[in-house]
Ligand binder design. Structure first.
Ligand SMILES: Nc1nc2c(c(=O)[nH]1)N[C@@H](CN(C=O)c1ccc(C(=O)N[C@@H](CCC(=O)O)C(=O)O)cc1)CN2
Ligand SMILES: NCC(=O)N[C@@H]1O[C@H](COP(=O)([O-])[O-])[C@@H](O)[C@H]1O
Length: 217
């Protein structure tokens, strides 16, 4: 059995996507394991889920730093300490800067069909716009806000009496399944990026010296 891919998962809230990854990783054939959970705030359920699973956690609060650049450097250093093969932003509510993006592949999950409704309030914005179909997107983060190359999407219906919480829970049911599937495939199969297109299946990401995971061409 080859070595399991190392995931650092970043959270800012309830952490149900994190929990789905923790649950999936109990099967050795999944090929990935969560080695640390990071957050931008204390006292969230996502951190409690990690602690219950005996996974190391760290918190880097933006307000503890004089500048955004200092926070960017600090969270990148915390992530680097765990030597991830893949960073997963699962409800993490801060835009990651170059120190993280330049060092690691960062996967993000968003509760809307990008490029529609990017940002911190995708579910609220879709509902307010009156769309009849929304969904979720798994993508590679780049320096923009939800502008990175899209890996997978799945549509979710908007029902007449939906409020933001009801719709978001319907989306999250789909999102957790999609995220677990894509993370597992990326770690087991690797990926390449050609322009905006992500191709899965280019060889295992877990580095054993001469291998490489995600590659841009
Ligand atoms: N470099 C990137 N970092 C992150 C991305 C990304 O696409 N590129 N995605 C986000 C997750 N996200 C949407 O999926 C998202 C989260 C938060 C925001 C935002 O406006 N954050 C504000 C602060 C909001 C707060 O503290 O409540 C900010 O960072 O100043 C936009 C999009 C994860 N990181
Ligand atoms: N723009 C970022 C964003 O809105 N992310 C969303 O936050 C939720 C976190 O849920 P969780 O903490 O239960 O996994 C998820 O639906 C995720 O897509």
């Amino acid at each position: 059995m080859s070595k399991a891919g190392r995931l650092v998962v970043l959270v800012s809230g309830s952490g149900t996507n994190l929990q789905a990854l923790l649950d999936a990783s109990t099967d050795p054939s999944y090929g990935a394991r969560v080695v640390a959970v990071g957050a931008d705030r204390e006292g969230i359920e996502g951190l409690a889920r990690a602690t219950k699973a005996q996974i190391p956690t760290f918190v880097e609060k933006l307000r503890d730093y004089g500048t955004r650049a200092e926070w960017d450097a600090a969270i990148a250093a915390r992530i680097a300490a765990y030597e991830p093969d893949l960073v997963v932003s699962a409800g993490f509510m801060k835009i990651l800067g170059a120190p993280t993006l330049d060092a690691f592949p960062v996967l993000n999950t968003h509760p809307a069909l990008l490029p529609s409704f990017p940002g911190a309030h995708g579910v609220r914005d879709a509902l307010a716009h009156g769309v009849k179909v929304t969904g979720c997107t798994v993508m590679l983060a780049d320096s923009g806000v939800d502008t990175g190359p899209i890996i997978a999407q799945e549509a979710v219906p908007v029902l007449p009496d939906d409020d933001e919480a009801v719709l978001h829970e319907r989306i999250k049911t789909v999102e957790r399944r999609l995220l677990v599937d894509i993370v597992g495939r990326m770690v087991r199969e690797g990926w390449t990026v050609t322009g905006r297109i992500v191709h899965l299946g280019t060889g295992p990401i877990v580095r054993t010296g001469n291998q490489s995971g995600g590659e841009s061409t």
